[in-house]
Each structure stands twice: as structure tokens, then as C-alpha cells.
Design a protein. Structure first.
Length: 274
């Protein structure tokens, strides 16, 4: 009887130990599963965070690119507006310049018409040089060789010229004397420079005496240093001995003067063809 109870107790004890072992194994398995789940969740969180960071970085890059593009577009719009404004101002200025130039060219043509008889007679020429309108008179028409005394034959052309120039009451004129490069001979003047300046002063004083405003006249002597032809021939030296009446221009008058002057003068070839 005692041995039977011992057996029962042994069986019960074995069963209890078995249950305990099973229960502990189950707990270990459950804890292992829970650990694996947490690790997966942590990895997923890390992956999600990395994706979020990448998306944030991409959004930041896109935002910066959009900002840069917007700033570039705004700058382009501002530049375009500035250019349009500048173009309009330039266009208005150009129109005004053309209007002023047309007005002055009309006056120059009127001067050419008034001087037509003298131009055709070869007493003077109207030309443009260095942007300035010039009335050119040969020195031989006005002065004897080596002299700055105005000849009687020279007074008539100058008086007629003065009458035409008076219509430019708001303009300034420079009377310029020029010589060739031949050293001056027996004369009251020691150099071509003195002679060219004295001739310019003589013409200036005469123009003032016949009614031109002296405050708008300037006398200058260039001697041989502003030739219009080479001094290597007699024809060239004759061309260089001259008196020029220079109309000092306004800036807006420079354009188109050459064309206007060309229309005033008959070319030598046209005269020869007659």
C-alpha cells in the first residue's frame, strides 16, 4: 500500500515538473517572439525615419530650386521692365533728336540755297568735316600772297556770306585761317601761324562790321597744321590756303550733315559733263 502511494506521488511530481518545464518553454518562446516583433518594429521605424528624412531633403531641394527659379523669373521680369523703359526713353530721345536734326538741316539747306550763286561761281564751298558744317573760301579770293589785308574783291563775298549767316542768330561761328607748309616769304608776319591768325582776325572783324554778332564769332589760326590735301603739289597747297567759317554744331545736328552738304554742292564731274 505504501509503495502504491509512492508511485502516485512520483507520477504527480513528474507531471508537475513536466508542466513546469513546458510552461517555462512557452514563456521563453513567447518572450522570444515578442523580442523579434519589437526588433522588426524598431527596424521599420528606422526605415520609415530614413524615408521621411529623404523625403524632407527632397522637399527642401525642390523648395530651394523653386525659390531660385522664382527669383530668376522675378529678376528677368524686372530687367525686361527696365529694358522696356530704357528703350522707350531712347526711342523718345531719338525721335526728338531726329526732329531737332531735321529742323537744323532745313536751315542748312536754306543757307545752301542762299549761297547757291556763290557756290556755283566757285567763290566758296559748303562741306562737312569732323561733324561740323564749313563754308570754305580760298585765301586767294580774300588776300594777296603773304598779306592779311582784305582785298576789295574779297569784301563782296564776305558781305554776302554775312547776310546769309545772320539767319543763324543763335549760333556760334569760328573763323579759321589756314596756310600751306611753304615757309613764309618777305612779310610783316614771321610765321605762317601768325599769318593764318591775322587773316582769321581780319575776316572776323569784317563780319562783325557788316552786322554779325561779335559775341558769337571766334577767330583761330591753324597755320599749316590742318591740311585738307597733301602739300606735295601746287594744287594741294592751293586747297590748303583757305579761310573757313565753321558753324559750331549742336550734338543732334551731326547726323546727316554730310548728306545735306553733298546736296548743296554741284560736283566737278557734273560741271564737266555740261
Amino acid at each position: 500500500m505504501a509503495s502504491g502511494w509512492v508511485a502516485v506521488v512520483a507520477i504527480v511530481a513528474a507531471g508537475g515538473l513536466g508542466y513546469l518545464a513546458w510552461h517555462e518553454h512557452a514563456d521563453v518562446g513567447r518572450l522570444g517572439g515578442e523580442s523579434k516583433t519589437c526588433a522588426d518594429a524598431l527596424q521599420a521605424a528606422k526605415t520609415h525615419s530614413a524615408d521621411a528624412d529623404k523625403q524632407l531633403a527632397d522637399c527642401t531641394t525642390a523648395r530651394d530650386a523653386d525659390k531660385a527659379k522664382r527669383e530668376e523669373t522675378e529678376k528677368l521680369a524686372q530687367d525686361t521692365a527696365s529694358n522696356l523703359s530704357a528703350t522707350k526713353a531712347e526711342l523718345d530721345e531719338l525721335r526728338q533728336s531726329h526732329a531737332d536734326a531735321d529742323k537744323q538741316l532745313a536751315l542748312f539747306k536754306a543757307l545752301g540755297d542762299r549761297l547757291r550763286k556763290m557756290i556755283d561761281a566757285g567763290k566758296l564751298q559748303v562741306t562737312v568735316r569732323r561733324g561740323r558744317m564749313i563754308v570754305k573760301l580760298p585765301a586767294e579770293v580774300l588776300f594777296a600772297s603773304g598779306s592779311a589785308q582784305l582785298s576789295p574783291d574779297g569784301q563782296g563775298p564776305l558781305r554776302e556770306l554775312a547776310a546769309a549767316l545772320k539767319s543763324f542768330a543763335d549760333r556760334r561761328f569760328m573763323v579759321a585761317g589756314h596756310t600751306d607748309n611753304v615757309p613764309i616769304g618777305p612779310s610783316n608776319y614771321k610765321s605762317n601761324w601768325e599769318l593764318s591768325t591775322a587773316r582769321a582776325v581780319t575776316v572776323t572783324e569784317f563780319l562783325a562790321s557788316v552786322g554779325m554778332n561779335p559775341s558769337r564769332l571766334v577767330a583761330a589760326g591753324y597755320s599749316e597744321y590742318d591740311p585738307i590735301r597733301p602739300n606735295t603739289s601746287e594744287a594741294g597747297r592751293t586747297e590748303n590756303r583757305r579761310i573757313e567759317i565753321v558753324l559750331l554744331p549742336n550734338v543732334e545736328e551731326i547726323s546727316g550733315l554730310a548728306k545735306a552738304a553733298a546736296s548743296m554742292n554741284k560736283t566737278e564731274s557734273a560741271k564737266a559733263a555740261k
